[in-house]
Design a protein around this ligand. Structure first.
Ligand code: AOF
Ligand code: ZN
Length: 367
């Protein structure tokens, strides 16, 4: 096995922590000696041992106390993230690596956590350990894209998603509820919902469409994503389907809302003026461990997120239909122009006759 294989094995191990480690990153570690693996580990659960420590423990369990000590001396650690240099819930990994007298560390990317961000690498180098950074960095960034945005921008990772016709319409101006994308695209949307810890819509959609806003199949989803409704004029709340199955609901509004009493512990009302609404929401979500938002709003919500630079990915499903002059565009002209200059295409997929394009925002903003 080569260095490339070892670093790709760290990514495979890291993925075992998916869904269990947030808001921490997914991290895997492989320790080698003379080209052979002597220990493997990954971060298994939030608050528990880090990948490097688990890999050292794995080596000790496999080879016993004395032999592992000998093997770990002058070994090489492969990790998909810079080893941490801080004591938080767990001790600093740099101390553990220095402690076993490793010779070299190969890591994919710097830790974006401002408390670490290069300090781990410096600490290792100062202790005489050789450090290489950058192996499989694209894959490592993609794997921990939510963690990176959380740390860098102090806000949740934001994906905007909508379905449009060939003439860029998301529906009719006067009529609600028309179906644009096909069943396969809709199934894909369910997969995207599962990847996000919250879903956001506008008050108009709540009032007029009364959606459930759940991840499906509901019987198989243990924790539903939080539901976020932004705007004014929500209609009669008590009759809304969003209360039928939910873990938490956030209302962001300048109105004072009266929420059904029996749900009050699972509902957060963020009263805002127009300027600070989203920032207050982002802070509240991060505090409660909701690290990502899927924006499923209509024209005004989509446009405002784009104009503020509050999105990291944009997913557009295009179906081969034309709605013409009675149609409603996905965004206003200003947002349309911004999209063209700030995004780059990440991937293109086909779902029957529909096309899904995923864009990345090169100029995303923090709060
Ligand atoms: C590593 N290896 O496996 C992980 C790292 O609260 P703690 O002690 O778990 O520390 C969390 C921070 O440590 C987190 O924000 C990130 O910067 C880093 N995560 N680092 O060396 C790991 N999970
Ligand atoms: Zn660590």
């Amino acid at each position: 096995m080569s260095s490339k294989d070892f670093i790709s094995q760290t990514l495979t191990l890291a993925k075992k922590g998916k869904g269990k480690v947030a808001p921490n990153p997914m991290v895997g570690c492989v320790i080698t000696k003379k080209g052979k693996i002597i220990g493997e580990g990954w971060h298994k659960r939030y608050g528990k041992d880090h990948a490097e420590v688990n890999a050292i423990k794995d080596c000790q369990a496999k080879f016993g106390k004395n032999k592992s000590k000998e093997l770990l001396k002058d070994s090489c650690f492969f990790v998909n993230l810079e080893p941490c240099s801080i004591k938080n819930n767990t001790p600093a990994c740099t101390d553990s690596i220095i402690g076993v007298q490793a010779a070299k560390v190969v890591c994919s990317i710097k830790d974006p956590n401002p408390r670490i961000n290069g300090k781990g690498i410096n600490k290792l180098r100062a202790a005489g350990i050789k450090v290489e950074v950058g192996a499989a960095s694209d894959e490592a960034k993609e794997l921990n894209k939510i963690f990176i945005v959380n740390q860098k921008f102090k806000r949740p990772f934001i994906t905007i998603k909508y379905a449009q016709t060939l003439d860029q319409m998301i529906g009719y101006q006067a009529k609600r509820g028309i179906q644009i994308s096909n069943a396969r695209s809709k199934q894909d949307v369910q997969n995207i919902r599962k990847e996000h810890s919250s879903i956001l819509i506008g008050a108009n959609t709540l009032r007029l469409d009364n959606p459930r806003l759940t991840s499906r199949p509901e019987s198989k989803i243990k924790i539903q994503p939080a539901k976020i409704i932004v705007g004014n004029n929500f209609g009669r709340l008590i009759q809304k389907n969003i209360f039928k199955n939910f873990s938490h609901i956030f209302f962001v509004s300048s109105e004072k809302l009266i929420v059904p009493e029996k749900y009050s512990s699972k509902i957060t009302c963020i009263q805002t003026n127009k300027r600070n609404g989203l920032q207050k929401l982002f802070k509240e979500l991060m505090l409660r461990g909701y690290t990502s938002i899927l924006v499923e709003g209509g024209k005004s919500i989509i446009s405002s997120f784009i104009k503020k630079g509050y999105f990291d990915e944009l997913i557009v499903y295009t179906a081969p239909r034309i709605l013409g002059s009675k149609g409603l565009k996905a965004m206003d002209n200003k947002a349309d122009k911004i999209i063209d200059t700030v995004t780059k295409v990440h991937s293109i997929e086909n779902f029957g006759e529909d096309i899904k394009v995923t864009y990345i925002n090169k100029k995303a903003n923090g709060i």
